[in-house]
Design a protein around this ligand. Structure first.
Ligand code: FES
Length: 106
C-alpha cells in the first residue's frame, strides 16, 4: 500500500470538490469514488458491488451513505457496508488530508 497524492494542497481539494457530490478519481487501474462531507474526505471503490454501476454517478444521503443510481443500494462511506447487507462491502481507501495535499492509500 502506498500514499498517492491527488491534490497538491488542502485548499485545492476544499475548493474543487463539492460537499456530498461524489467525484470519480482514476489512479492507474483503480477507479475510486471520492466524497467530501462534513470537513472530511472519503474514498471507496467506484464500482457498486451489486451490479457494477459507477457510484460516482450516485448521491450521498443525509446519513452519509452513497446511494447507487441504478437500484438504490446504500453504502456507508466509512465502512463500505451496504446498510441491509444485500451485497458485499465496498473496498474503502484511507484518506490523509494534509496542508500539502490530499492523499489516498491504495
Ligand atoms: S448496480 Fe448498484 S444497486 Fe444495483
Amino acid at each position: 500500500m502506498g500514499w498517492i497524492k491527488i491534490f497538491s494542497k488542502h485548499a485545492d481539494a476544499e475548493e474543487l470538490l463539492s460537499e456530498n457530490k461524489p467525484q470519480l478519481v482514476v489512479i492507474g487501474e483503480k477507479r475510486i469514488c471520492l466524497v467530501k462531507r462534513n470537513k472530511r474526505f472519503y474514498a471507496v471503490s467506484n464500482k457498486c458491488t451489486h451490479n457494477g454501476e459507477s457510484l460516482s454517478k450516485g448521491i450521498v444521503n443525509s446519513v452519509g451513505e452513497i446511494v447507487c443510481p441504478w437500484h438504490g443500494y446504500q453504502f456507508d462511506l466509512q465502512t463500505g457496508r451496504e446498510y441491509r447487507e444485500r451485497s458485499a462491502d465496498l473496498e474503502i481507501y484511507p484518506v490523509r488530508d494534509e496542508e500539502d495535499g490530499l492523499y489516498i492509500a491504495i
